[in-house]
Ligand binder design. Structure first.
Ligand code: ADP
Length: 636
């Protein structure tokens, strides 16, 4: 079991708090023992304890500096100890041992987990400890009479898995049954994970090569995709570099290793929002996988009523990575990819509060984000009602395949360079991320062309800010910006330029998640007033100087637009440079004028989004950097 908690760079951040029974520290050789209920508060640099009486925090009674702690471990309860002293653990620091008692094993595991995390970089961690109490001048486990006597039991160093003491590591795994959607034989070429651009997949079944041009495939093994021309055939290479034949492509059963392709992955969702979401669902075993507050890591958040039937409990498990790059959760069942690990825990609790039963996707009527056929059958779409209208025509709410709510952009003839769009659409469909509005497919057999996308029930971000902005908390405004930044970080990594990022081109989902929409679509607009930088409809107020002067688009010009979008969010949907027209704004910006600080944005935050408006593109932060900077505000 592993808890994720915010980066511990702010000393006052409370990482964990709770009531524990504390044994007197017996600082003298023989001293009477007593037990007191104390409120323990763990911060990044110290563990404090306070008097606690009638539900109220009292005077501070002491603290242990984190840097002084050299071991946290369970202790064997003494014979005949009362119920409240069944779950002891020890915090060894300096030459003392602080013994505390949790109310149950889960609570003890949680404390051990978090404490082991915070001390993990301490320099003098013990490798051996005493599993028995120090009492009446000696250790009950080994009888040694010096409190500083070397430990008698080798410490289990699995820092994230207190349970491993009781479970043999590497116990054989129950087999993973074949996935339900056996129809789906191949997935699009995709990157192995969010940090690399290598296109990698995992074989779902063993496959015997049909001739020398093919590779034998081993179930569970990773392969790189070199080309992927259709949904069923692709050219692959194994990790040793052996390729399937030069001109041939191989028919394989592959399953994506990329978390973005699964409905349970929700991207950057804060711990608080994850808990809200899971509690709203209130369903035993609802779970999500989200970005952890530790960079590049993931957390599984899980809801269960096993411990508290009335209110339920949400647990957050950090996805651990072993030294050889395998993934695991509570106990050391190792997997090549996170999807494989999740699939295993969907069937086996294996140390979790319960098994991962239901991905807590926010909209039950959403079409699955699966990349398959891109030309869809018009007859399978039933138009329901108009949602709005945009550059290409009307946008309609519709039902696809009789069950999925989708939005349809109905592209009228003459509004779009449709041949170019159709050519590109397939590539655009491969852009998949929880913070991008999913493109399900197109109907291009006649006009109006249908562009079928994920339906976002709260409509466009700009309208949402204008109509509901006042109801939003500052943390929600930040979450919205982070969502957009998250989606844009993905586009940046995929080297895809949006070209028209603005609040009007983002959409708000049922749970207020914001997703980036219309990426790359500006290229297909047939309207000079929109496409020419001196046109009346050109988004001059979101455009970087190099776009206005030389039509030079890049991820860094998207960053400029993102700064303006943040300004829109923090002004709750105001028009940028309201009193000026496009020509005046172009002139003002070239002279160094910038948007003012909105009242709702702190000076520190304004500094971050102001950095997006550096005259030189290379001096602006990347989306990846912005994401980290903004996330620090979220932690605070
Ligand atoms: P365009 O990009 O063609 O100019 P928009 O994407 O701005 O058009 O769509 C126009 C309006 O339709 C939006 O302001 C929004 O209210 C609504 N809309 C568009 N796409 C969706 C969607 N996927 N889900 C819900 N509403 C949408």
């Amino acid at each position: 079991m592993a808890l994720a908690f915010p980066a511990a760079h702010v000393n006052d951040l409370v990482i964990k708090e709770g009531i524990l029974l504390k044994m007197s520290q017996q600082k003298k050789k023989i001293s009477p023992r007593n037990y007191k209920e104390r409120l323990f508060i763990l911060k990044s640099h110290a563990l404090y304890y306070y008097e606690y009486d009638k539900g109220k925090k009292g005077a501070k009674k002491g603290n242990v500096l984190i840097e002084r702690i050299c071991c946290v471990e369970r202790v064997q309860p003494e014979d005949n100890s009362p119920v409240e002293r069944q779950f002891p653990f020890q915090i060894v620091h300096d030459e003392f041992i602080l013994y505390v008692f949790a109310k149950d094993d889960d609570s003890r595991n949680d404390w051990l987990e978090v404490l082991k995390q915070v001390i993990r970089n301490n320099t003098k961690l013990l490798t051996k400890y005493h599993r028995g109490f120090w009492t009446d001048g000696k250790f009950l486990c080994c009888g040694q009479a010096a409190k500083t006597a070397p430990g008698c039991t080798v410490l289990n160093t699995e820092r994230n898995s207190p349970e491993v003491n009781r479970t043999p590591p590497h116990k054989p795994l129950p087999p993973i049954p074949p996935a339900e959607d056996t129809e789906r034989t191949a997935l699009p070429p995709i990157s192995e994970d969010r940090r690399s651009s290598v296109k990698m997949v995992v074989a779902r079944y063993d496959y015997k090569a049909d001739g020398p041009h093919e590779l034998n495939l081993l179930k569970g093994t990773k392969y790189h995709i070199i080309e992927n021309d259709s949904n069923q055939w692709c050219k692959i290479r194994d990790t040793q570099g052996t390729c399937s034949g030069a001109d041939t492509v191989q028919h394989i059963s592959l399953k994506s290793v990329r978390v973005e392709d699964y409905p349970w992955y929700v991207g950057n969702l804060s711990r608080v929002r994850a808990e809200q979401l899971l509690r709203e669902k209130g369903k035993e075993g609802s779970f999500v996988v989200r970005d952890s507050s530790q960079k590049g890591m993931y957390t599984v958040s899980l809801f269960s009523q096993a411990l508290d039937e009335l209110n339920g409990t949400v647990r957050h498990y950090l996805v651990n990575v072993s030294a050889d790059g395998k993934y695991y959760l509570a106990q050391k069942h190792l997997f090549d990819s996170i999807p494989q690990m999740i699939q295993y825990h969907q069937l086996n609790g294996a140390g979790l509060l319960t098994r991962l039963r239901h991905p807590a996707i926010t909209n039950d009527n959403k079409a699955p984000s699966v990349y398959g056929e891109w030309e869809l059958c018009r007859d399978e779409i039933t138009l329901l009602q108009e949602l709005g209208s945009g550059q290409f025509g009307v946008v309609q709410l519709a039902v696809w395949k009789g069950k999925y709510k989708v939005a349809i952009k109905m592209v009228k003839e003459g509004s779009m360079s449709s041949d170019e769009f159709i050519e590109e659409a397939q590539a655009m469909m491969k852009l998949r991320h929880p913070k991008l509005v999913t493109l399900h497919g197109v109907c291009t057999d006649m006009f109006p062309i249908y562009i079928v996308t994920e339906f976002m029930s709260n409509g466009c971000l700009l309208d949402y800010l204008k109509n509901h902005g006042k109801e939003l908390q500052p943390s929600q405004l930040l979450d919205m910006c982070l969502d957009v930044c998250d989606g844009m970080t993905y586009l940046e990594r995929e080297q895809f330029i949006h070209r028209d990022l603005a609040a009007r081109n983002c959409l708000v989902d049922q749970d207020l998640t914001v997703k980036v929409s219309d990426f790359g679509m500006a290229r297909y607009v047939l309207d000079d007033q929109y496409t020419s930088s001196v046109g009346t409809k050109f988004p001059v107020k979101w455009a970087a100087p190099e776009v206005l002067n030389y039509t030079r688009f890049s991820s860094k010009s998207d960053v400029w637009a993102f700064g303006v979008l943040m300004w829109e969010v923090y002004t709750l949907g105001k028009k940028p440079y309201e009193l000026y027209d496009n020509a005046q704004v172009a002139e003002m910006v070239s002279q160094g004028h910038r948007l003012y600080r909105p009242q709702l944005a702190t000076a520190e935050l304004y500094q971050v989004f102001g950095s997006c408006w550096h005259e030189l593109p290379e001096e602006r932060p990347s989306f990846q950097q912005l994401f980290e900077l903004l996330r620090a505000f979220q932690d605070e």
